[in-house]
Design a protein around this ligand. Structure first.
Ligand code: T4K
Length: 377
């Protein structure tokens, strides 16, 4: 097979028709309001409340600061039980708040935290659980809720990947005390950079609002040691436009995922995630697992695909606990599945604009690489 003329990356941010965004920009020029809770910000917040099927939404300039604010607003102290199979942000948010992360192993079938491994990690210092709906797959939210109630723990979900996902007809952001959604350019839905915290308890709104605005509640009144994490009007404008296209984007991603699954199903040693019951998925990522039966390692496949001009990503490798800044600081001997998945996972390109013949090309390239490799052994 000849290499592709144009490189394929793990994602390509969605850009709406230019004129639609320009139309929104006209409104900014008219209002002269660029940031600090402007009219588009307000409108996006209202629209997201409906779309995400949640009681309350606060917008942030990015998902990471939204997550730090979520931990702060609930006054989380001591230890937080979380997953090591995630992006740096999840653990960094815990540590930057002066808290101690305690890592539980993940489920081998969907890579989310294994709810059966949580209770044994609870101590008198544990105050919260911070699971991640990784790749948009819902955690075991009902079991997690039961544990939280039994031990009086708060539950904050890192829903960075889970925009638009529903479980049992409820928005995924409706589970737990708070959820954080990332609206970064690489996400299914984006505001260029952006984040949102969703919650059922409306009394959190006021505190979140002042936390992201230096603790200011009036021109002469500062009530908290806040940060600056406000979403601006240009970001909100992008969000309002993209929200009009999100359903078609998710439908397209679903189709591409099905094409991938169909193509990959007969390759021994290549595994992928299936849809879960009672779940509306968003098809945010296309992770595969490269196991021994394929005859090659994940790293070898990742490298070999480059010769075809295909640039996959190892989300999420290395495991958080192996980062230079965390190495040796936390217990890891029990993280059996997380270690294996981190060593086998590879995320393939997926985005709305990706053409089906390119999915076929990627699948054929994987087959060719494996075949050549097996021929050599
Ligand atoms: N929690 C979790 C579980 C998360 O995954 C994340 C973020 C967060 C919290 C924090 O949310 P934010 O604060 O970011 O809102 C990317 C994203 O930057 C990051 O948002 C995301 N997770 C993470 C999984 O992926 P990188 O360092 O891998 O991105 P980068 O720049 O390598 O981009 C990936 C590919 O996308 C590139 O190969 C090319 C393409 N790309 C990217 C950008 C930004 C484009 O074509 N155009 C672009 O503008 O982190």
């Amino acid at each position: 097979m000849q290499p592709l003329e144009q490189a394929l990356y793990v994602t390509k941010p969605y850009l709406p028709p230019k004129e639609e965004y320009i139309g929104m920009l006209e409104r900014i020029w008219e209002s002269h309001c660029l940031t600090n809770n402007g009219p588009l910000h307000q409108q996006l917040e209202d629209s997201l409340k409906k779309y995400l099927k949640v009681a309350g939404v606060s917008l942030f300039t990015n998902g990471h600061l939204a997550l730090e604010a979520a931990l702060e607003v609930l006054n989380i102290q001591g230890e937080v039980i979380t997953t090591p199979f995630t992006f740096a942000s999840t653990t960094h948010a815990i540590v930057r708040r002066g808290l101690t992360p305690v890592f539980a192993d993940i489920r081998p079938d969907n890579f989310t935290i294994d709810s059966e491994k949580i209770e044994r990690l609870i101590t008198e210092r544990t105050s919260a659980l911070l699971p991640v709906h990784v790749f948009g797959y819902p955690c075991d939210v009902l079991a997690i809720q039961k544990i939280a109630e039994k031990y009086s723990l708060k539950v904050i979900y890192d829903a960075a990947h889970a925009f638009g996902v529903t479980f049992k007809e409820k928005g995924i952001g409706d589970y737990g005390d708070l959820s954080m959604f990332s609206m970064h350019a690489t996400k299914v839905f984006h505001t260029i950079e952006g984040g949102a915290v969703t919650y059922g308890d409306g009394s959190l709104k006021e505190q979140l609002e002042y936390l992201k605005n230096f603790g200011i509640i009036g021109p002469e009144t500062v009530v908290g040691v806040g940060m600056n994490a406000k979403m601006n009007e240009f970001q909100a404008a992008m969000g309002l436009i993209n929200l009009q296209h999100i359903d078609e984007q998710m439908t397209r991603r679903k189709y591409l995922t099905q094409c991938y699954r169909e193509g990959l199903k007969d390759i021994s040693g290549i595994g992928y995630l299936e849809d879960l019951e009672d779940t509306k998925h968003n098809y945010a990522y296309m992770p595969i697992l490269v196991s021994e039966e394929s005859g090659m390692t994940r790293d070898e496949l990742h490298e070999a695909l480059k010769a075809y001009n295909i640039y996959t990503r190892k989300y999420f490798y290395p495991l958080i606990t192996s980062f230079q800044c965390y190495q040796g600081r936390y217990r890891t001997e029990h993280l059996i599945h997380a270690k294996r998945v981190a060593n086998q996972v590879l995320t393939l390109p997926i985005y709305g604009e990706l053409e089906v013949h390119l999915v076929d090309y990627i699948v054929e390239a994987i087959k060719e690489i494996i075949k050549k490799r097996r021929g050599k052994v």
